[in-house]
Design a protein around this ligand. Structure first.
Ligand SMILES: *Cc1c(COP(=O)(O)O)cnc(C)c1O
Length: 413
């Protein structure tokens, strides 16, 4: 389902400065043309197959299903892509588009660093200059991801304004873009921002749901009953849902981060909580946790779900009831990782674990003939500093302090 002039119901639009408007229009017309162009489609397919590693498998989570003794659970393994998360699907699509448009410099914002890594990765492959804007505090918190971005040849630029986190990184990327538009393309990382980004990101992520549909039909000769995905900005969820929007028999569930409490600053609930309302922030109209112009603090154990806005199409599909929104708490996500690792030999990202937590909750209540697909948006290696602290705090602290001793001893020699 495409937007109508950039709107999904009352949500969406493009609220940007006059200098950026023509640029967004240029991107939109190029996107519309290239997405129909055989040469572009072939190049995209080739890179999806040989660089990203698509199609990703659809795994029957047999042991988890037996353990829960209810509906059958399948995992769509986006965790097996290059860089280990679905974000690469979008980064590749937009980077190819930028290259066709003759842009040589890619800029992007990143919060936790996952979108920065995906962008830096494809820029390395395509030989494009890459600048990643990242809040100073996020850079300090996510040092390993900064390391990988720089390894890919990207310049990571600290943002010292405001709260020095994702929100400020987005503002800064827009500001920098305005000062240099001819050769520069702003590659947004989720299904949000001003039109045409929500349409583009959905299009490039919809490969997930298209694969699920054909893989599931081939194996089960019918459609799944329920599809579950976690929701940050909304790109992996709209990516897996898009192909099923018209299949009304398929229930679609989006899981937001319940964090560790009900108060502002303890969660990231836009659709499944009581604190969010309609606003017009960072270029688009949607549901936000905000007080007028500025976004409110949010929390989630998973960096990718720790965000105050949501893509306009998801806001609309939530309002119409096509997508049902629910939440999973920090500790439920941790429990989901433990169970998934033990049962299936898979370590999901903390974000994806929120979706698994919902499957764990509902599967036992459903008939064994029902089938659930959970989108495993990414792998959990990146979260080791958080998960290990939550699961084995003492051993982990001990390891870290010994590691520092080892480094100091080596340096002394
Ligand atoms: C960024 C991220 C998310 C959340 O972003 P969406 O745009 O909502 O998909 C989810 N899972 C992983 C692994 C991520 O890196």
């Amino acid at each position: 389902m495409k937007s109508k002039n950039g709107y999904f119901g009352q949500y969406g639009g493009a609220f940007v400065s006059q200098s950026l408007s023509p640029l967004l229009q240029e991107i939109e017309s190029n996107f519309k043309a290239y997405i129909q162009d055989d040469d572009f489609k072939n190049e995209l397919e080739c890179i999806q197959k040989n660089f990203i590693g698509r199609p990703t498998p659809l795994l029957y989570a047999e042991n988890l299903t037996k353990h829960l003794n209810g509906a059958k659970i399948y995992f769509k393994l986006e965790c097996l892509t290059n860089t280990g998360a679905h974000k690469i699907n979008n980064a590749v699509g937009q980077a190819l588009l930028a290259k066709r448009m003759g842009k040589k410099r890619i800029i992007a914002e990143t919060g936790a660093g996952q979108h920065g890594i995906a962008t830096a990765c494809i820029c390395a492959r395509l030989g494009l200059d890459c600048e990643i804007y990242m809040g100073r505090i996020d850079m300090e918190r996510q040092r390993p991801n900064v390391f990988w971005m720089e390894m890919f040849g990207a310049k990571v630029i600290p943002v010292d304004k405001g709260t020095k986190t994702l929100t400020d990184a987005v503002d800064e990327a827009f500001r920098v873009w305005e000062t240099r538009t001819e050769d520069t393309y702003y590659l947004i990382g989720s299904a949000l921002g001003p039109a045409p980004y929500p349409d583009m990101v959905r299009e490039f992520q919809s490969i997930i749901g298209k694969e699920v549909k054909s893989q599931f039909l081939e194996r089960e000769h019918s459609l799944p009953d329920i599809i579950i995905a976690c929701v940050g900005g909304g790109s992996n969820s709209i990516g897996v849902f898009a192909e099923f929007l018209n299949d009304s028999e398929v229930e679609l569930i989006g899981v937001e981060a319940g964090g560790n409490g009900e108060h502002i600053g303890e969660h990231s609930l836009r659709m499944s909580g009581k604190d969010a309302s309609v606003g017009c922030i960072q270029g688009y109209k949607s549901f936000f946790l905000h007080d007028g112009d500025s976004l409110l603090p949010t929390h989630s154990i998973s960096a990718g779900l720790d965000y105050a806005g949501i893509g306009p199409q998801l806001a609309f599909l939530g309002e119409t009831g096509r997508i049902k929104f629910t939440k999973a708490m920090d500790n439920e996500a941790i429990n989901a990782i433990k169970l998934t690792a033990k049962c299936e030999g898979i370590v999901p990202a903390l974000e994806s674990s929120h979706a698994i937590a919902e499957a764990i909750r509902i599967a036992p209540t459903l008939d064994p003939a029902k089938r659930i697909v959970v989108n495993i948006s990414g792998r959990g290696d990146k979260d080791i500093f958080i998960t290990s602290k939550a699961i084995a705090s003492e051993e982990w602290s001990e390891f870290l302090s010994e590691e520092i001793n080892r480094i100091n001893t080596q340096n002394a020699v």
